[in-house]
Design a binder for this molecule. Structure first.
Ligand code: MN
Ligand code: MN
Length: 358
């Protein structure tokens, strides 16, 4: 749910003379490793400024599953970078859904809904998970093995209708990653026999769509609640920028922004009022974060195309771009603000540019 007042109380972290870092080298971090599978997280622990959104980079080897679990304090939005995976999700209405994902696909699980993710096929898969709460911790979520492992066997026996000794060899601690044979290509029926399908799909094929907007310097795919109704609290963007292209100065009135560099090298600027300004260089695998309302820009400073995965903690994306603001303001005001001759102001763009080519 959007909360227009969520940032009304000054954040002490953002009240100093200088701005804190808004960059974290996610893929260079250690994370949780199990053979070739891993989960690396960026939360307020690793990146203190990122209070509104958190993220995880996860890789699963064939036969590996991120076990059945739920998140008590966050919805989960995800983008598949490579490989194929299958999810299961159940809601409080008892309806469930199983979906298979390819690179470029997105999922959304509402807060608290139980789910699992497994690698499909004989190649590893990798995806970026993004949560609408920076205090979420991927390692503090609620896992089914952890829960059952700490529940008295007597209670489990009663609950599931088995003898107590049937639980002797159940895992005693959280498994986190489980290991098995690669799953069947055709999705089987659930344990109960028949699927009670979810009314709203949890899957959206983002990169299989036409771009949301195209520009001389780049391309943008965008998915919010309008395109993907279940995604009530998140909007996702894939932004491709050609070398030298600039996602122009802008801000978001209603949401924080979480960035993950898929490819390339970018320069991100952030303006925090009171003369406070900070510039960070982000490379592939790095995370950036822009608090709600802070001015910012993204420029491809590398020699090759850059791809940035961006998430907002709102289902209803809003932005105000500098060129749009200036184009929507009378010239005499602009002349007086910048103390410039009419000819200079005349040359300002007369429309929103969004992306400026090199
Ligand atoms: Mn999860
Ligand atoms: Mn932005």
């Amino acid at each position: 749910m959007d909360d227009p007042f969520k940032n009304n109380v000054p954040d002490p972290l953002l009240s100093g003379d200088t701005l804190p870092t808004f960059k974290f080298e996610l893929e260079k971090s250690q994370g949780r490793v199990d053979g070739g599978s891993f989960g690396k997280e960026a939360t307020v622990e690793q990146l203190p400024i990122s209070k509104g959104l958190a993220g995880v980079s996860m890789r699963l080897e064939p036969g590996v599953t991120r076990e059945l679990h739920w998140h008590a304090t966050a919805a989960e939005w995800a983008f598949v970078l490579q490989g194929r995976c299958r999810t299961t999700v159940i809601g409080p209405d008892g309806n469930s859904e199983f979906d298979d994902f390819d690179a470029g696909d997105v999922w959304y699980f509402p807060r608290g809904h139980g789910h699992s993710i497994e690698c499909l096929g004989d190649k590893p898969c990798q995806f970026i998970l993004i949560f609408d709460n920076g205090y979420f911790s991927e390692f503090g979520t609620f896992s089914v093995t952890d829960w059952l492992g700490h529940t008295p066997k007597e209670l489990l026996a009663k609950n599931l209708g088995l003898a107590e000794n049937a639980f002797a060899n159940f895992p005693k601690q959280e498994a986190y990653f489980t290991h098995g044979a690669p799953p069947p290509e055709k999705i089987p029926a659930p344990h109960q026999g028949e699927l009670r399908a979810s009314p709203q799909t949890h899957k959206y094929r983002l990169l299989a769509q036409e771009p949301y907007s195209t520009h001389r310097g780049g391309t943008e795919w965008r998915v919010g609640q309008a395109q993907f109704p279940i995604s009530a609290t998140m909007t996702g963007v894939v932004l491709d920028l050609l070398p030298g292209a600039l996602r122009e100065l802008h801000w978001h009135p209603t949401s924080d922004e979480w960035q993950y560099v898929v490819n390339g090298e970018i320069s991100v600027t952030m303006f925090g009022s009171q003369g406070r300004y900070r510039i960070e260089t982000l490379n592939a695998g790095d995370v950036g974060y822009i608090p709600q309302g802070f001015g910012h820009s993204i420029e491809n400073i590398g020699n090759s195309a850059a791809r940035i995965l961006i998430a907002f903690n709102t289902g209803n994306y809003q932005a105000i771009d500098l060129t749009q603001w200036l184009a929507g303001t009378p010239d005499y005001l602009l002349r007086d603000h910048f103390n410039q001759a009419a000819e200079t102001i005349q040359q300002f763009p007369k429309r929103d540019l969004f992306v400026v080519p090199t």
